[in-house]
Design a protein around this ligand. Structure first.
Ligand code: HPA
Ligand code: ZN
Length: 332
């Protein structure tokens, strides 16, 4: 299983938030922590709750612990690879240079790979509702220092704020330095915005993109161009995009020829994990071996290097049959 859409700071369970809040002297309302999914009511409230709860992460050590915790717990459910989104300026504000943020996540990765056989990469992100100037800043920070763990550039936040074209320059900078691009689109706005984001930002993948299902022309374009959609079923249901799994367009998207990969988005906020997303997808697609097909597509769609993809293919091939793997101590 691969988790290709998850906000690193959005992975914390209540105990972790409490621990970091105490360590860093940050106050978080106990009621929020105790509420199911942290108790927000709509997307605007979700973003507020997210900002409040994630403010407990202050240091590079905090970030390393949060990344390691998520990798360890995902691996325990069978995950092998995660792509984390993180906005560089968030921890710059608390005095942690982006270089140190990446080193912290690299350290978590090394440990998780060695102990639990799970790998990860990073996608630096800009936050759409903060506007184009901070996005440019985020892109410049992302490309200033290269680290092998950083493979992508993304756009998160509130899709309803600012025109997507206003972020084109930030994405141009990121892509010109070899980062692959993804952006949240077609989640809160309609099908046409998916095409617009792909065209204006040069996307390799789309975050969510599920509302593409509302337009035959957009579906055809996605299928023809083989652009994967990072589908986050629990997130879509929690945020009220669809009433229930039967109403979710994942099956329609797949049958139209779109490539589907899965993500958890902000797992405790949406009361999920990657195993839950795979089982929901299998149920919704009513497809024998849906998990396998999604994993194969996810390995193709991952932003990592070919050697890592080869290792993942090898690990997953062993899921179903004896397979001649290269001599890799990480494969068990
Ligand atoms: N959606 C959009 N932006 C975000 C999210 C999300 O789920 N989490 C953190 N930033
Ligand atoms: Zn997201």
């Amino acid at each position: 299983m691969l988790d290709l859409h998850v906000h690193l700071r959005g992975t914390m369970l209540p105990l972790k938030i409490e621990k970091l809040a105490a360590r860093n002297g940050v106050r978080v309302p106990p009621d929020t922590l105790r509420a199911r999914g942290y108790g927000w009511s709509d997307f605007t409230c979700f973003l507020k709750a997210y900002d409040l709860l994630t403010s407990v992460i202050v240091t590079a050590r905090d970030l390393e612990e949060v990344a390691y915790d998520y990798l360890r717990s995902s691996a325990s459910t069978g995950a092998t690879y995660v792509e984390f989104m993180l906005s560089p300026p968030d921890l710059l504000r608390t005095g942690v240079p982006f270089e140190d943020q990446l080193s912290a996540i690299s350290a978590a990765r090394d440990q998780a790979l060695e102990l639990h056989g799970i790998d990860c990469r990073m996608i630096a992100t800009a936050v759409r509702h903060l506007g184009p100037a901070p996005a440019l800043n985020a892109a410049r920070i992302a490309v200033a220092r290269r680290n092998e763990i950083l493979v992508g550039f993304g756009l998160t936040g509130d899709e309803r704020k600012f025109a997507v074209s206003e972020f084109a320059e930030a994405f141009r900078i990121a892509r010109s330095e070899g980062l692959l691009a993804t952006a949240h689109a077609g989640e809160h706005l309609g099908a046409e915005t998916v095409v617009e984001a792909i065209d204006k930002l040069g996307l390799t993948r789309v975050g969510h993109g599920v509302r593409a299902a509302e337009s035959e022309a957009v579906l055809r374009q996605l299928a023809d161009n083989r652009i994967p959609l990072e589908v986050c079923l629990s997130s879509n249901l929690s945020l009220g995009l669809y009433k229930n799994l039967a109403d979710h367009p994942i099956r329609r998207l797949r049958e139209a020829g779109c490539r589907i990969v899965l993500g958890t988005d902000d797992p405790p906020f949406f009361e999920t994990g990657i195993a839950g997303e795979y089982s929901k997808a299998t149920e919704a697609l009513r497809l024998h071996e849906a998990g396998r097909a999604i994993t194969d597509d996810a390995i193709d769609a991952a932003f990592c290097d070919d050697a890592t993809k080869a290792r993942l293919r090898c690990v997953h091939a062993r899921d179903k049959s004896p397979y001649a793997c290269p001599d890799d101590p990480l494969i068990r």
